[in-house]
Design a protein around this ligand. Structure first.
Ligand SMILES: O=P(O)(O)OC[C@H]1O[C@H](OP(=O)(O)OP(=O)(O)O)[C@H](O)[C@@H]1O
Ligand code: HPA
Length: 223
């Protein structure tokens, strides 16, 4: 029992609410964003290390049969590319390798830092191709959980064989519906985060580290 609890605790990489993060000057941050960010909360290197381990856990659990990795655009694209690179590398070095195919869907629900009433689904008409398949949904962040719950109910109409969800981040917030993905990279405080493809009105996807957006950035890029 104790052993199991230790493993669960290890798997949950919790960034505490009082985590200060790191000074921007310790890292390379694009000049055009220097005034718009508070601190670096997850450096790129740490994202990569954690992603490598997530890939290992997923291949161990889901390996042995064809996996369709479904990328949730746009925020998921960088994590998706890095995760799949690690999964491909593992797949190249095991006896029972499995085909790994990819698919993409676009969902949109945020304007500024606010979740809108409707989750807009774009490009989801090919979900019927996932009937009977082992699907791994790859997402950047779960906050309220509404985007993922919308996608899961859409997908389930097409009767996939197995559906697992990996999200790089899960936010600890009162707004959460309680939904938890199968695999979580980091559990993060209730702050608006940008970088590594997480955006604020489309900006900051071109930032490698995950950072906390400041008031200046919020105002500058507000819609
Ligand atoms: O759990 P939720 O509160 O639903 O929030 C999570 C969603 O919000 C972001 O998407 P966004 O609508 O900003 O679109 P994007 O992926 O194009 O950035 C993010 O990429 C998730 O899909
Ligand atoms: O903190 C966030 N940052 C960027 N996109 C998001 N979508 C939900 N939460 C966030």
């Amino acid at each position: 029992m104790l052993k199991l609890m230790t493993r669960i605790l290890l798997w949950n990489f919790k960034i505490p609410d009082d985590e200060k993060g790191h000074d921007l000057n310790l890292f390379c941050v694009p000049k055009h964003y220097e005034e718009d960010l508070d601190r670096v909360i997850i450096p790129h290197g740490l994202i990569m290390d954690r992603t490598e381990r997530l890939a290992r856990n997923i291949v161990q659990d889901m390996g042995g049969c064809h996996i369709v990795a479904l990328c949730v655009l746009k925020g998921g694209y960088t994590f998706f590319a890095d995760l799949l690179d690690y999964m491909k590398a593992l797949n190249q070095n095991i006896d029972k390798s499995v085909p790994l195919t990819v698919d993409f869907i676009r969902l949109k629900s945020y304007c500024d830092d606010q979740s809108l009433v409707d989750v807009k689904v774009m490009g989801g008409d090919e979900l019927s191709a996932l009937t009977g398949k082992n699907v791994l949904i790859v997402e950047d962040i779960v906050e309220t959980g509404r985007t993922m719950q919308t996608l899961l109910s859409l997908l389930n109409k097409h009767n996939p064989k197995i559906v697992k969800v990996v999200s790089l981040l899960v936010k600890r917030t009162q707004k959460s519906s309680g939904y938890r993905p199968d695999y979580i990279g980091f559990e993060v405080p209730d702050k608006f985060l940008v970088g590594y493809a997480l955006d604020y009105n489309e900006y900051f996807r071109d930032l490698s580290h995950i950072c906390i957006l400041n008031e200046n950035g919020r105002e500058k890029y507000k819609k």
